[in-house]
Write a protein that binds this ligand. Structure first.
Ligand code: ADP
Length: 344
């Protein structure tokens, strides 16, 4: 994204984003979101959230929630996030979220929510549980973001439309009650938002779908090699400078994330002159991916063992997030006229 306008002159710009604790983090979460979090933590005031309430829309069983939250927090820190510099917190620890979500729900329309592609996808995936939380997922997400009056939201490409909806809710709120919220924009340092493709060539890597086609930050070396070896290829190009089929383009795109420019250039040139061997391409990608994931996996595993530390991190994050949320909600109640007590 283009850099955002500073809504808070004299202060750092505010950044907010969240990841659901619905499973193991994968390289899509890393390159779509976490990589930007880490680059932003020194320059911006950052709020990074573990979206446990959002996860209830698809994973109502809370039995595994606590270990999942702890693991995801460990993975954030292992990727380089410093909980002293940012607010790293759990959504359910900030009760103001539910209040703002309620107000925004009155400004969100059934028609627009039903049209959202992510809602339609979820209806297809879980027809037996089309709950109202699923429908109003983008409203809760907007509440999370604007609760801190954030302007920049580091997310992957799959979230583009949700951000547009958040801007619409903001415009409606500001129009009706007064200018309280800046309009949040999706953010990526690389200018374009990132979509890390699934290894089976169908859609994006994801925590809960097609797990054999997703590389997790917790995958061991052999599993990474095995998954990449299974990625779809064909017998190779037969004409010089032929366009790449999607599934081959995907392999090159993954390689651009973890391999050196020189390695990518060599395989690009071999593709162009039809001398490429896909076995070699996947072997190289497998090794480079192993080198990328291994240190994160090992560090996350060590952090995860230290439950006392994780609880301290979450308490510290909750304190920072609640302070910011309470300040916003005071203004919200005032502009909405929800203040019936006599002036002191
Ligand atoms: P998931 O779809 O794996 O459950 P979430 O919905 O929790 O992930 O998204 C967390 C963050 O990771 C969001 O910013 C989202 O845009 C990003 N993200 C998820 N999958 C990908 C992907 N394959 N490529 C790029 N970014 C992704």
């Amino acid at each position: 994204m283009k850099q955002t306008k500073n809504m808070n002159p004299g202060h750092q710009e505010i950044v907010m984003s969240g990841i659901r604790p619905t499973g193991f983090l994968h390289i899509g979460n890393y390159f779509g979101a976490l990589k930007n979090y880490i680059k932003m933590q020194d320059e911006y005031e950052c709020f990074f959230m573990i979206a446990d309430l959002h996860s209830l829309t698809t994973h109502p069983d809370t039995k595994d929630l606590k270990p999942n939250v702890h693991r995801v927090v460990s993975e954030h820190i292992a990727c380089g996030l410093d909980p002293e510099k940012v607010a790293l917190y759990c959504q359910s620890h900030v009760p103001q979220t539910a209040e703002l979500y309620l107000y925004l729900n009155m400004l969100a329309y059934k028609g627009e929510l039903e049209k959202t592609p992510t809602f339609k996808d979820k209806v297809r995936l879980q027809p037996e549980n089309v709950n109202a939380g699923l429908l109003t997922y983008p409203v809760l997400q907007a509440a999370d973001i604007i609760l801190h009056r954030a302007v920049a939201v580091p997310v992957g490409k799959d979230q583009e439309q949700h951000l547009e909806m958040a801007r619409n809710f903001v415009k409606r709120f500001n129009h009706r009650y007064g200018e309280v919220f800046p309009e949040p924009q999706a953010f990526n340092f690389a200018n374009a938002l990132v979509k890390v493709p699934s290894l089976d060539g169908k859609g994006k890597m994801s925590k809960s779908e097609n797990q054999l086609a997703t590389i997790y930050l917790s995958d061991d070396d052999d599993l990474i090699r095995k998954k990449i070896k299974k990625a779809k290829t064909d017998s190779g190009p037969t004409e010089q400078n032929a366009p790449k089929p999607d599934y081959i383009e995907n392999i090159f795109n993954l390689m651009k994330l973890v391999s050196s420019e020189e390695v990518v250039a060599n395989f690009e040139s071999a593709y162009r002159d039809c001398t490429i061997r896909y076995g070699d391409l996947k072997k190289q990608l497998g090794e480079d991916m192993v080198q990328f994931v291994r240190p994160i996996r090992e560090k996350a595993e060590a952090i995860r063992q230290d439950e006392k530390y994780l609880k301290e991190v979450l308490a510290m994050g909750a304190e920072k997030a609640v302070k910011s949320a309470a300040a916003t909600m005071k203004i919200v109640r005032e502009v909405m006229g929800l203040n019936y007590f006599p002036e002191k």
